[in-house]
Design a protein around this ligand. Structure first.
Ligand code: G4P
Length: 188
């Protein structure tokens, strides 16, 4: 998507070999108009597939997922990285390891927000190693729901995330796909 690629080129900061900082419009300060345009594009891409819910993983996926769900006309559900003490209900859980941050967490979903009749679209900001998205896939499959696909804002195509998901039969749509970083710039 040209709009996102241009913004990455204008404001993204490349750190080291493989990290793109987008704190000014996605990860810290959030550009709401951009999020709406991305959400609308996601909804357009996945419409007509009988999607019943949009799932995302806290925290940076929430903004685009919200607009995607709005344009699809379905609820949005946030997969939690930590169990809330107030979550007094039965949950589905799966462990996710994050390579970038060198931590692992229990991805958690209350059982009353998913059923075996749900057809779910997963939205997240980055696809790198694909651990977070694969965790979401595991969780949804535990609940015997089905998956329409994974919608990603920024894919780092030189990392194994897409291959990991596609090898499990999951369709991936990325709005910006970065082939490499060259001279401190993203190459799409
Ligand atoms: P994975 O989610 O694809 O498996 O990748 P990984 O374990 O490597 O990523 C861990 C976290 O780092 C994820 O965010 C992911 O979105 C983020 N990340 C990966 N590569 C980049 C990058 O180049 N730039 C930025 N800005 N983030 C990257 P998270 O821990 O789920 O955090 P958040 O959603 O709360 O922001």
């Amino acid at each position: 998507m040209k709009l996102l690629e241009e913004r990455i080129l204008q404001e993204g900061i490349v750190l080291g070999q493989d990290i793109l900082k987008v704190d000014g419009f996605i990860n810290h300060q959030v550009d709401i108009e951009l999020m709406e345009a991305l959400g609308q594009d996601m909804a357009e891409h996945f419409k007509g597939q009988g999607i019943t819910k949009v799932f995302t993983i806290e925290s940076s996926g929430i903004a685009p997922a919200l607009f995607t769900a709005r344009y699809l006309g379905v609820p949005m559900v946030i997969l939690k990285k930590q169990i809330s003490k107030n979550l007094q209900t039965e949950v589905w859980q799966t462990e996710v390891a994050s390579y970038t941050k060198d931590v692992s967490y229990e991805l958690t979903l209350a059982k009353n927000y998913i059923s075996d009749t749900d057809h779910i679209l997963i939205i997240d900001d980055f696809l790198a190693n694909g651990e977070a998205a694969t965790g979401a896939v595991r969780l949804i499959r535990k609940a015997h729901a089905t998956i329409a696909g994974v919608g990603i804002l920024i894919e780092k195509a030189f990392q194994p995330g897409r291959t990991k998901l596609e090898s499990q039969g999951i369709t991936v749509y990325a709005q910006a796909s970065i082939r490499a970083f060259e001279d401190g710039r993203a190459v799409f």
